[in-house]
Structure formats: C-alpha cells, structure tokens
Design a protein around this ligand. Structure first.
Ligand SMILES: Nc1ncnc2c1ncn2[C@@H]1O[C@H](COP(=O)(O)OP(=O)(O)OP(=O)(O)O)[C@@H](O)[C@H]1O
Ligand SMILES: [Mg+2]
Length: 343
C-alpha cells in the first residue's frame, strides 16, 4: 500500500521524543467506588518509532489513548506531544495527532467517500482537495469499488479500513491506533502492518494497542505491558525474549528407546540439567536450553559419543505468548495489585 509521505528530517531512533508521558494517573469514580485505572505510567515515543501497548481487557489501554488524544483529562501527571501539553495545549495537540479508535468513528449513513470528504473538510481541506484526498485514500485502502456504497453495507474489515483511512487525511506527528487489526482478515492485516511501517519510516511516532503478540513483535520498537495501571514490562521484543524466556531445544532421535537413554544416561550429565527437565515424546526429546546454542552443541556432542543418532535438532526462541500469559494477568504470581492499595 503506497502512502505518499514527506520524510521527516527527525525520523529514526535517538530523535527527540514526540510523545512524553510522565507519571500519569487516572481514576474513575469517587470514594468507595473509585477505580484507579492508570497508576503512574511513564513512557516516551521518538519520531519514527512504534510503541506497542499490550495488556489484558480492562488494563487501561483505551483510557491512555483517550487521555493522550485529548478526549479525556488525566487525574494527575502530564503528557505532551512535541512539547505541547495534552491538557493545556489540547488544541495544538489535536493538530499534531491522528486517532483510529477502538470503535469505528465513521458514519454508517454516509458512503465511504462521503465519510472521507467529511473528515478531510474537518481537517480544513478545501472541497476540491478533500475530494481528491478521499479518492487517494479509497484507492490505497482498496475501497474504490465500494466508495459510493453506504458504510452500513460494508463488512467489518472494510469499515475498519475506512476508519483508518479517515485518520490519515493528513500525516500526523503522532498516530494512535487502538487495536487497529481486530477483525481484519490476514491480507488486510498484513497490508495495515505495511502501511504502519511506511508511516514509521516517514517519521511518524506511533502508539499502537494490540492483543496480538505477533503484531507487537513485528511492528514494535518498544513493547510496554500494562497491568494494574503500570508498566510491568518494557523493552524491545528481542530484549523481552532474552530477558524472560529460556530457549527450548528439541531433538529427534532414532527410536523411543534411544530417546529414553538420552534422557537418563547421556544428556543430564552432559548438560548439568536434571532428568526431570527433559520431555520425551515418541522419538523426540526436548529440554530448556538456558545457554542456547552452547547447550545444543553440547547435547549433540554427547549423543554422538554415546552412539545415539540425532535426526533433527532445533533451538526455538521462547514465545512472547508464554511470557505475556505469565505477566499480563492480575492473578499472575508477580502481580502488582491493581486496585488493592487504593485508598
Ligand atoms: N468513563 C469511564 N468511567 C468509568 N470507568 C471507566 C471509564 N472508561 C474506562 N473505565 C474502566 O477503566 C478500565 C480500563 O478500561 P479501558 O477501556 O482503558 O481498557 P482496555 O485496556 O482498552 O481494554 P480492552 O482490551 O478491553 O479494550 C476498565 O475497568 C473500564 O471499565
Ligand atoms: Mg480498549
């Protein structure tokens, strides 16, 4: 999907942060019914960088997006876009940002084209410019054929694409995408990812919320996992995996008997791992390889010496899914209590 964009001179890492969030708090309700949704969140996004915000349902992702996009006031703390405070300079901030919300903002009673023209006029484009921008976006989002149909007749994915197109009338400094690919088919998802990457390459700072780890892993420079109103995990996908996950080594041997012998007689001694850490399934033997490739090589050497044939060997990275399942939910062992210490 080609998006004609100006390349921002400040694109890339190490650039000044576009978004700065400092110690942000947000509570809803009062006294006994008070709910602390954000409890001291800080983060930054430089130009040309994507931050993926992950968290279980109700973790506060949309609340954060609403505050940063000036739709909601924070309780305390601050946030700024290019140095403009989201509360005091809300009007300026609105000119610098675009938002694709979790729920569609387009009007079902208008056609796709009418919607885009409407949003373009809101952005201050002349009527001629608005029509030509609408047509460009319709083409980019594969909606030209449906341009003159009422949005009420669109499929969920078409509506989603139109919604995202509407937020890209002008290229923002900071783009919010709240669960942008929920409900998209695999092709549309991939197209959206490519579009997001193009925007990033053009210097746009992007805050993306998602439930999909493959999406975060593919797109994000930084992942932030929100739980109990705070960031409980932050880093690049690679950092998170190396910090939290142990790789798994899988070997396939010639017979179940050899697999059993590998477990009892050969590998525990060679690797210094307890026999109980090995999983034997048919011809396969797998074990946690804390030292990665070194463990794999040591295992292969020991098995060769013991005369056990190895038919295949594989070292796989831990999945982010495993890490997040462990950390994203309130009842996880290391949980920071969500609202437990609220007054
Ligand atoms: N206006 C509001 N008044 C009261 N409570 C609210 C309001 N908006 C959000 N909340 C509460 O704040 C919490 C966080 O909601 P939020 O929509 O930010 O979660 P989320 O991380 O976006 O979840 P999801 O993945 O389901 O979209 C929820 O418990 C929600 O009920
Ligand atoms: Mg949400």
């Amino acid at each position: 999907m080609g998006i004609p964009l100006r390349r921002s001179p400040s694109a890339g890492h190490g650039a000044d942060p576009v978004l700065v969030v400092e110690d942000l708090h947000k509570s809803f309700g009062k006294a006994a019914s008070r709910k602390d949704v954000l409890r001291g969140l800080s983060l930054t996004i430089p130009a040309g960088s994507i931050l993926a915000l992950l968290g279980a349902n109700g973790a506060g992702k949309t609340t954060l997006v609403n505050i940063l996009s000036t739709l909601m006031l924070p309780s305390t703390g601050s946030a700024s876009v290019d140095g403009h405070d989201v509360v005091r300079d809300a009007r300026t901030v609105r000119e610098l940002i675009s938002l694709t919300g979790q729920f569609a903002a387009v009007d079902a009673e208008l056609t796709g084209r009418e919607n885009l023209i409407y949003f373009a006029r809101l952005r201050g484009l002349t009527s001629t410019a608005a029509r030509s921008r609408a047509d460009e976006l319709l083409a980019q989002f594969r909606l030209t054929e449906a341009a003159r149909q009422l949005v009420a007749s669109y499929s969920g994915g078409m509506r989603r694409r139109l919604d995202i197109a509407a937020s890209l009338i002008v290229t923002p400094r900071l783009l919010f995408l709240d669960e942008p690919t929920t409900g998209l088919d695999p092709l549309s998802r991939r197209e959206l990812w490519e579009m997001v990457e193009e925007l990033r390459d053009a210097g746009v700072a992007i805050l993306l919320t998602t439930q999909y780890l493959d999406e975060a892993e593919r797109l994000a420079d930084t992942i932030v996992l929100l739980r109990g109103g705070r960031s409980v995990l932050e880093g690049s996908p690679v950092q998170i995996r190396t910090q939290f996950g142990t790789q798994v080594c899988r070997l396939e041997l010639d017979s179940p008997a050899e697999a059993a012998r590998a477990r009892t007689d050969v590998l525990p001694a060679a690797l210094g791992i307890a026999p109980g850490s090995f999983t034997i399934e048919g011809l396969g033997a797998s074990f946690p390889a804390a030292r990665g490739a070194d463990d794999l090589t040591a295992a292969l050497d020991a098995l060769r010496e013991a005369g056990i044939t190895v038919n295949s060997a594989q070292l796989s990275a831990p999945s982010l899914d495993d890490i997040f399942l462990e950390l994203a939910f309130e009842n996880a062992d290391t949980a920071t209590p969500g609202t437990a210490d609220a007054p």
